[in-house]
Structures are given as structure tokens and as C-alpha cells.
Write a protein that binds this ligand. Structure first.
Ligand code: CA
Length: 234
């Protein structure tokens, strides 16, 4: 029986299929959604879709090696990375952390340990804040979002949002400057969605802008990130 959903998505990049599937099965039981890639290239492509909250990355891959994958990811985003390495030399650890990995774990590892590391890194990254600890009031510039009372104020004035609009704004405001894909925003706002409907988020975003932005046609807070999705600027 799978555990209750964490709402968090994890990408496992590992060419050893047995290990990849074992990790996948375990993490799914822990309530994560898990994607698997068997090459560095495939992993990069998946990671760039903006759907995942954390990457478990094997160091030794057949094409682009793990360090290079990590370096490329880090250049583009703050997506947390945990490196898997078969070698335990201090050297690997230092190099891994130097290219921006958030943590590393040495093979053979226990699944419970991996899970603990994942949760710790997610907590530090703030990605798990929705499930772990909730700030009840988010203030970003002149916008304040009260998560408990489901109220939004712009300056002194209360604005009224639909539940979908509220969920989108709350998610983005909790993670200022982070880029969310359309699919991520929709999934978070509506639960499960079918891919292909991502564009329907644009309507919600334009309604939100109308309600919370001083100049909706020239938005200050809810910014479009071309080709990727949206970002909240405080
Ligand atoms: Ca490997």
C-alpha cells in the first residue's frame, strides 16, 4: 500500500536498472512521485521540465557523468541534488559538493537513509515547506497571503480569489523567484491534471494579475519566464 502522497516529485538518474527500480519503488511507497532516467542526457531533459523537486543522481553514468549533470543543473536552477556514489573517497565528496550537490550518499546505502537524506534536503530547500512546516502569513511586497484564513490583501485592500487562483498564488509566494512550470502550478492548484491542459493555467494567471497587480499588463510580481512558466517576484 503506498503511503499518503507528499505532493513532491523526485527524479532518479541511475543507469543500473535494478538500483533505479528499487529506489523508485521505495520512494513511491513513501508518498513521492518518482521519475527514472537511465542516462545523463535523459536525466537532464527530464529535470529541465520543471516538474521535479529533487534529483537523486548517480555519479557514474554511461554518457554525461553525474558531476557534469550536476554542474549543468546548478547553472540553470536551484533544484536540489543528492549524489549517489560507489566510491567513498573524500575526493568525490568534495568534488560533488563543489559542483553544487546538496548532499551525497555512498553505495551501498540503505533506502531508509536515502529517504532521510531526501527529506532533510527538501526541508532545507524549502520545497517541502507546504507539507512540513507552514508559514501562515506570507508577505511579498504589497501583497500578503494568509494561508490560514485564505485571505489575500494588496496594500490595505482585501482581494477575492477563486480557490484555484489562491492555490496558485500561495504556492508561488511561498517560493519566491522559483520558476514553476504550467503543469506544476496546475497540479498543485487542482490536484491531478491531464497533460495537454497546461495552457489553461494562463487564464488563471491573467485573472490573478488583474486582481493583485497594480498594472496587470506590466506585472511586477507574477512574471512570465519565457519557455518555462511563471515566477513570483517579491
Ligand atoms: Ca552507475
Amino acid at each position: 500500500m503506498p503511503g499518503s502522497s507528499t505532493g513532491l516529485n523526485i527524479l532518479v538518474i541511475e543507469d543500473e536498472k535494478k538500483i533505479a527500480h528499487m529506489v523508485q519503488g521505495f520512494l513511491e511507497n513513501e508518498g513521492f512521485k518518482v521519475g527514472v532516467a537511465h542516462t545523463g542526457k535523459e536525466g537532464l531533459d527530464l529535470a529541465r521540465q520543471g516538474y521535479f523537486h529533487l534529483v537523486v543522481l548517480d555519479l557514474m553514468l554511461p554518457d554525461v557523468n553525474g558531476l557534469e549533470v550536476c554542474r549543468l543543473l546548478r547553472r540553470e536552477s536551484e533544484l536540489p541534488v543528492i549524489m549517489l556514489t560507489a566510491r567513498s573517497q573524500e575526493m568525490d565528496r568534495v568534488v560533488g559538493l563543489e559542483v553544487g550537490a546538496d548532499d551525497y550518499i555512498t553505495k551501498p546505502f540503505s533506502l531508509a537513509e536515502l529517504s532521510a537524506r531526501i527529506r532533510a534536503v527538501l526541508r532545507r530547500a524549502g520545497a517541502a515547506s507546504a507539507t512540513v512546516e507552514e508559514n501562515k502569513l506570507i508577505v511579498a511586497g504589497d501583497i500578503s497571503v494568509d494561508l490560514e484564513k485564505h485571505q489575500v490583501h494588496v496594500g490595505e485592500k482585501e482581494v477575492f480569489l477563486t480557490p484555484t487562483e489562491f492555490n496558485i498564488l500561495a504556492l508561488m509566494a511561498r517560493h519566491p523567484r522559483r520558476v514553476f512550470s504550467r503543469l506544476q502550478l496546475l497540479e498543485n492548484a487542482l490536484g491531478e491534471v491531464f497533460s495537454g491542459y497546461e495552457r489553461s493555467i494562463d487564464t488563471h494567471i491573467s485573472n490573478l494579475r488583474r486582481k493583485v497587480e497594480k498594472d496587470p499588463s506590466n506585472p511586477r510580481h507574477i512574471a512570465t519566464v519565457f519557455g518555462l512558466g511563471y515566477r513570483f517576484n517579491p
